[in-house]
Design a protein. Structure first.
Ligand SMILES: Cc1cc2nc3c(=O)[nH]c(=O)nc-3n(C[C@H](O)[C@H](O)[C@H](O)COP(=O)(O)OP(=O)(O)OC[C@H]3O[C@@H](n4cnc5c(N)ncnc54)[C@H](O)[C@@H]3O)c2cc1C
Lengths: 398, 246
């Protein structure tokens, strides 16, 4: 891949809304990404491998649980810092951001919020340094958008739980040391369990031949009579609201991350269109190219404002799940459209690994589907404004 | 070892350069400022390496206004122990050097590290002036520095080769490429920088000794002209009449 010449657009001087520390955090992650990840990411995406060598650095720049308090080994940053870190990681690759999102919001977050003190002390510091990699098992082969229908279950055997079932499409599964798994108890109530690699009957086969998020590993979690110690049940929250609380945190990060991918596509398209000449002039001088670029920067600016405001609300503990849904849906869709337009501006060059565009575009096809599909988020907004659920055709509440 | 690292701010290399006040002042509007790279990448990082190897303390010194605090915090995030900013609006080399020298006289240091120049005005003067005002040795353009007791062996890149100099503390150097490898701060460093002391001192009496009359930008680059490989005559004529290169 060509040298990473990224320069971030800031059309509305939104930097003025950030603190000096926010900007330092953003510049730090950007500098680390340019030095350590940009030079290798294309190669790893082509090989469909996760670059494990970046784990330690990712931890150093706050990629694992940025908002986890210092007493548990996290840096204790605010939500805008978390967002900016996700933006900078996804600016490089959605797969790298996914690794970080899963570890932070889907593994560390539930242990921090729903776990007991012993579990927090046992797992969080190791997850913060990357010594442990975690994954999150909610989706099943037959239950994606409707996770409440899950069939993975556990039985109380007196001195332990017996876990059976299977999860699919699980980010980090093949390299994970621990999995936060959502399963139903004998009464049908959803609980979170921490399953550790090495427990008998627990396997994590890799999902091959993905055309998207190739630099992130995905796999299955298979539980065949796995004995899980009782101490591994997350005691402080149960029901579907528990995994959905984690998803709120991850989706919020994705809303920022998508802006990063969009910025990278825009920045590359802007530079390319000024350098590339056809008919004797730079292609940036054609109205049709300008329309694409002007619309891109408009959409990026709108998304930046939306997301910054959402960050303030989250810092104040006031952001609703529906507000987060709106930002995830809007921003990922915006990024995907920008990737497609930017691909056009790059002409044939846009399909090669010389540029990040096609990789972003393919990655975003996963991002638009995972953590609630584009349409599911629309239904969440629809339900929020009408008070009526359209998830099931019988009009009942979600 | 007590090391003082002098840092200044410089515009990010991608900044648009423009001037105000009849072309006598740099237009800071919309410009993103960074730690001057020679100060950060070489002077500061080498100072930290020396401290990490043999103990001691690394203090950051900046002469300027409160708008310089972000770059000072970055230097603290990279690992310096504490910082001092001398509140001063004078900006020519001698007045800045006097501030640094006064502070250094009142707070003893074994070594004072500066960058070889700032990437904006490229004056390369402050470090030498500080040494002169303190009456201590000065080694410019240091590209390597190793320490044994109080004696430093310093390499300087000179035209066509390397000069090796020996000097004992206290001394002043200006650091050039090669001294160290740039460090990216980590989140722990950024968090720690929040609570590291940054002392603001009033300026020692000093005034500008020089005054900038005007800046001019280099002429804009004109577009490349392509000459057909077979048309040597045209090439020679262009080189002769237009580029005036031959
Ligand atoms: C690369 C990747 C990584 C992933 N990582 C994880 C992970 O780490 N952990 C995890 O638990 N899951 C993970 N997932 C799974 C992801 O969350 C699911 O794919 C997602 O929730 C959608 O489920 P599904 O694929 O089963 O699609 P389905 O739910 O079958 O949906 C198919 C289509 O039907 C539409 N649809 C479904 N229901 C409705 C409705 N009521 N109204 C209108 N339209 C509807 C959807 O919008 C979609 O377009 C990952 C997925 C991918 C691709």
């Amino acid at each position: 891949m060509a040298e990473d010449r990224f320069q971030a657009p800031d059309y509305y001087n939104l930097d003025e809304l950030l603190t000096e520390e926010h900007k330092l955090i953003r510049e730090t992650v950007r500098a680390w990404v340019k030095k350590e990840v940009s030079p290798i990411i294309e190669e790893y995406a082509q090989k469909a491998q996760f670059p494990k060598q970046i784990i330690a650095g990712l931890a150093e720049v706050g990629g694992f649980g940025p908002y986890i308090p210092t007493e548990y080994g996290g840096p204790g940053l605010d939500q805008i810092s978390y967002g900016l870190i996700m933006q900078e990681l996804e600016r490089c690759d959605s797969g790298v951001r996914s690794t970080s999102s899963v570890q932070s919001s889907l593994v560390m977050y539930p242990i921090w919020k729903y776990g007991n003190e012993e579990q927090r002390k046992k797992y969080l510091p190791k997850l913060a340094t990357g010594e442990f990699i975690g994954c999150f098992g909610l989706t099943e082969p037959d239950h994606g958008s409707n996770p409440g229908g899950m069939i993975t279950n556990f039985k109380d055997m007196g001195d332990h739980y017996l876990l059976n079932g299977a999860k699919m499409w699980i980010t980090n599964a093949p390299i994970a040391d621990i999995a936060v798994v959502w399963a139903k108890n004998e009464q049908g109530r959803i609980h979170g369990l921490i399953v550790e690699r090495g427990m008998e009957g627990f396997t994590t086969p890799e999902t091959h031949d993905k055309w998207s998020l190739r630099a992130s590993v995905t796999g299955e979690l298979v539980f065949d009579n796995v004995k899980v110690p009782k101490a591994n049940l997350l005691p402080n929250k149960s029901g579907l609201g528990a995994p959905l609380g984690c998803l709120d945190s991850a989706r919020y990060g994705i809303a920022w991350g998508a802006i990063g991918a969009a910025m990278d596509c825009y920045d590359s398209a802007l530079r390319y269109s000024k350098e590339r000449k056809q008919f004797g002039v730079p292609i940036a001088s054609f109205q049709l190219t300008q329309k694409k670029l002007a619309e891109m920067i408009t959409e990026i600016t709108k998304a930046q404002l939306l997301t910054w405001r959402l960050g303030v609300l989250r810092n104040e503990g006031k952001a609703t799940s529906a507000q987060i849904s709106m930002a995830k849906r809007n921003n990922v869709d915006m990024a995907l459209k920008i990737a497609r337009e930017a691909r056009q501006i790059h002409g044939a060059m846009g399909i090669t690994g010389e540029y990040s565009i096609m990789r972003h575009m393919a990655n975003l096809e996963s991002v638009v589907t995972y953590e609630g599909t584009h349409d599911i988020h629309l239904l969440i907004t629809g339900m929020d404004v009408t008070g009526l659920s359209a998830f099931k055709n019988d009009g009942t509440q979600f | 070892m007590k090391i003082l690292v002098c840092i200044s701010k410089a515009p990010d290399t991608t900044s648009k350069i423009a001037f105000t006040d009849n072309n006598s002042k740099f237009d800071e509007n919309g410009v993103q400022f960074i730690v001057n790279p020679y100060d950060e990448w070489y002077a500061l990082v080498r100072a930290l390496e020396i401290k990490e190897a043999g103990g001691g303390n690394v203090t950051i010194l900046n002469v300027g206004g409160a708008d310089n605090d972000p770059i000072i915090r970055k230097a603290l995030a990279i690992g310096a122990d504490d910082a001092v900013r001398i509140e001063s609006s004078t900006e020519d080399a001698l007045s800045v050097a006097k501030q640094i020298a006064e502070y250094t006289k009142q707070n003893t240091f074994d070594m004072v590290f500066c960058g070889k120049e700032t990437i904006d005005y490229n004056g390369s003067q402050v470090a030498g002036m500080v040494a002169e005002l303190l009456n201590v040795p000065f080694v410019s353009l240091a590209s390597k520095l190793s320490l044994s007791g109080n004696t430093a062996t310093i390499e300087r890149e000179i035209e066509g080769g390397v000069e090796v100099v020996e000097v004992t503390t206290p001394f002043v150097i200006s650091a050039a490429k090669g001294m160290a490898e740039a460090r990216i701060p980590n989140m722990r460093g950024i968090m720690a920088a929040r609570t590291k002391p940054l002392t603001v001192l009033p300026a020692y009496s000093s005034q500008n000794a020089t005054k900038v009359k005007a800046f001019t930008l280099p002429p804009a680059k004109s577009a490349c002209k392509f000459v057909d490989a077979s048309n040597v005559e045209e090439l020679v004529s262009l080189l002769h009449n237009e580029a005036k290169a031959i």
